[in-house]
Design a protein around this ligand. Structure first.
Ligand code: PMV
Length: 323
């Protein structure tokens, strides 16, 4: 009754910010993402008769909040209920990047727990059902289940909201060079941020434009039109952060290094190194470029004050059982 799973972080090009159902994590809009090849979580779940309580261990993490453990226990409990099992579980999880810094650690971590727990009980489910189950733990975790380029469909409600592949891994060689600018966990979680989104006076306008943006980005990915794709991705990130900054209370996820990287990306572009930024709920910056430019972008990123690491990611596969 033991299994290990590996699952990637993902980067959203059209983002999920705000929900129609807070508890079941039903989003206000569809979102579009790509699984990342080199940033991931690995998780082992073992159901054991001798355990009195669920045990959660985070490897290589100095700070672990009680809430993080509760979310993992929630996954284990849902899978236990589905499998009709009573045994408690030991969960050991680790990331190859700092969590809660804008690199989708909840996406990779909670999708890995979901797949490992199902695997430990030998339960087989369709990809659609697994993505729904992962969504209940973290919305973005549902997008780490399919391979490659993914759409999370908002659906008609909790039973109908899931993620699916829209293009395979090898569709387009776009890279996401992630500039990691901190190892400190953010102060305001994305769960809190989603709940505040509606307090922004601009939120209605954002949501009104989402259907068209989703349609447009899918068309640009299909045509492999990098310049238009990049411009839309960057504008979308700024749109989401405008909502964060105008929520009440305001949330500013950026730090000094975030802004330095944003400005540099714009000037590299003017010099002919075509790249665009996008930023999730944290200060780290994802610099999107074509594969031929990835090494140069990484080299330049590392020279910017405050950038601790630059990780090159290609489109990657979704969650996998390793055992
Ligand atoms: O970490 P979550 O699942 O609560 O949501 C975070 C959402 C963003 O990363 C900010 C945007 C996105 O769609 O990935």
């Amino acid at each position: 009754m033991k299994a290990t799973a590996k699952s990637p972080a993902n980067i959203a090009f059209i983002k999920y910010w705000g929900k129609t159902d807070l508890k079941s994590r039903v989003p206000e809009n569809n979102s579009i993402s790509m699984c990342l090849s080199d940033l991931y979580s690995r998780c082992t779940v073992e159901f054991r008769k001798d355990l009195k309580t669920d045990e959660i261990e985070f490897k290589n993490e100095a700070v672990v909040k009680e809430k993080e453990k509760e979310r993992i226990v929630g996954v284990v409990e849902r899978v236990r209920r589905l499998g009709g099992v009573k045994w408690k579980a030991r969960v050991v999880t680790e990331n190859n990047f700092p969590k809660a810094t804008g690199i989708a650690s909840s996406a990779s971590g909670l999708s890995a727990v979901t797949v490992a727990a199902l695997g430990a009980l030998g339960m087989k489910m369709s990809e659609k059902e697994v993505s729904k189950l992962a969504r209940l733990a973290s919305g973005t975790a549902s997008r780490s289940i399919p391979d490659g380029w993914v759409e999370w469909v908002k659906g008609r409600g909790a039973d109908d909201s899931y993620s699916k592949q829209i293009f395979p891994v090898d569709w387009w060689q776009i890279t996401d060079v992630v500039g990691i600018v901190t190892h400190k966990m953010k102060k305001v979680s994305s769960t809190e941020g989603h709940a505040l989104a509606r307090t922004s006076p601009f939120y209605k306008a954002r949501i009104q434009g989402m259907k068209e943006k989703v349609r447009k980005i899918k068309e640009l990915i299909k045509r492999r039109d990098f310049s238009r794709f990049g411009r839309l991705v960057e504008a979308e990130a700024l749109n989401m952060h405008a909502i964060c900054m105008t929520s009440q209370p305001a949330i500013i996820y950026w730090n000094e290094a975030t802004i330095k990287v944003m400005k540099k990306v714009i000037s590299w572009r003017e010099e002919g190194l075509e790249s665009y930024f996008t930023i999730d709920a944290g200060p780290s910056v994802h610099v999107i470029c074509e594969e031929k430019n990835a090494k140069e972008v990484a080299k330049r990123l590392k020279k910017i004050e405050g950038v601790k690491r630059a990780v090159i990611n290609r489109p990657g596969v979704g969650a996998r059982l390793l055992t």
